[in-house]
Design a protein. Structure first.
Length: 255
């Protein structure tokens, strides 16, 4: 309904005006998808305070008995200003030496409330970038599952490591190498051949029973000149290909 695009205040004002004109309160509550007690509350506040009575109100409690005392917060802020390179963990140790025991997270929240934590301090900086410099240098291939999905097998995903573009995303319904090869043949025709492909130790690109780990799909890829790389076991993060990589007939391609 169009009212959903209105601001909350305008919705409430429209509701109380229509209710004041005699429209059915039950019908209005169904239309605005609110309970009848909420409708009666809006209407009472409107009659007592006018439009200001139906403004959105803060849900913050009037009392917070477990909130850190203002004197302790001021002390934490002063300690941080004296030691700008010290974080919540070190400050908590100093406080404990003075007989004030506070969880590290509490000290951190005090620093945030006082604006003493910079954005760069809240995030651990990345140690390096792993994306390739050019398209088709490295593709990542995997079957992507989804929580709550009834499908036993997720869609086949092929991602270019430079552009982060999905060159393929298709529900094959199977992990058989023949189905994957058929899809890859179509992708190679439209997007070209990659220099290398990165996979995990799963089917159909890894065979735990084979001494080398090769599968028919891997042999076919390497015959196309694609270098096959595997991520570390239980380490799916993208990174420099591990030492366990092989190539057959691989040669650099002209750009």
């Amino acid at each position: 309904m169009s009212w959903r695009r209105m601001r909350v205040r305008d919705q409430r004002v429209e509701f109380v005006i229509r209710a004041s004109r005699g429209e059915s309160l039950s019908g209005l509550c169904r239309e605005y998808e609110i309970t009848r007690p909420t409708g009666y509350l809006w209407l009472r506040r409107f009659r007592e305070q006018g439009v200001a009575g139906v403004e959105e109100r803060s849900r913050r409690p009037h009392l917070s008995p477990r909130q850190t005392a203002s004197g302790i917060e001021a002390r934490i802020a002063a300690m941080r200003q004296q030691r700008p390179d010290w974080g919540a963990r070190k400050l908590a140790v100093l406080l404990e030496r003075d007989g004030i025991r506070l969880p590290v997270i509490t000290v951190h929240r005090v620093l945030v409330r006082h604006g003493l934590v910079l954005d760069q301090d809240r995030r651990r900086p990345a140690t390096g970038r792993f994306e390739r410099e050019h398209p088709n240098e490295l593709w990542q291939m995997d079957f992507k599952g989804q929580k709550g999905s009834k499908a036993a097998i997720g869609p086949l995903s092929v991602l270019d490591d430079h552009s982060r573009y999905l060159v393929a995303l298709e529900q094959t319904g199977t992990t058989r190498g023949e189905a994957v090869r058929e899809r890859l043949e179509g992708v190679f025709r439209t997007s070209g051949l990659p220099d290398a492909m990165l996979m995990d130790h799963g089917v159909p690109w890894w065979n735990a029973r084979s001494p080398s780990g090769w599968t028919q799909l891997m042999v076919w890829l390497m015959k196309q000149g694609v270098r096959c790389c595997f991520s570390g076991i239980r380490h799916p993060q993208t990174g420099v290909p591990t030492d366990r990589s092989w190539s057959v007939g691989w040669r650099p391609r002209a750009r």
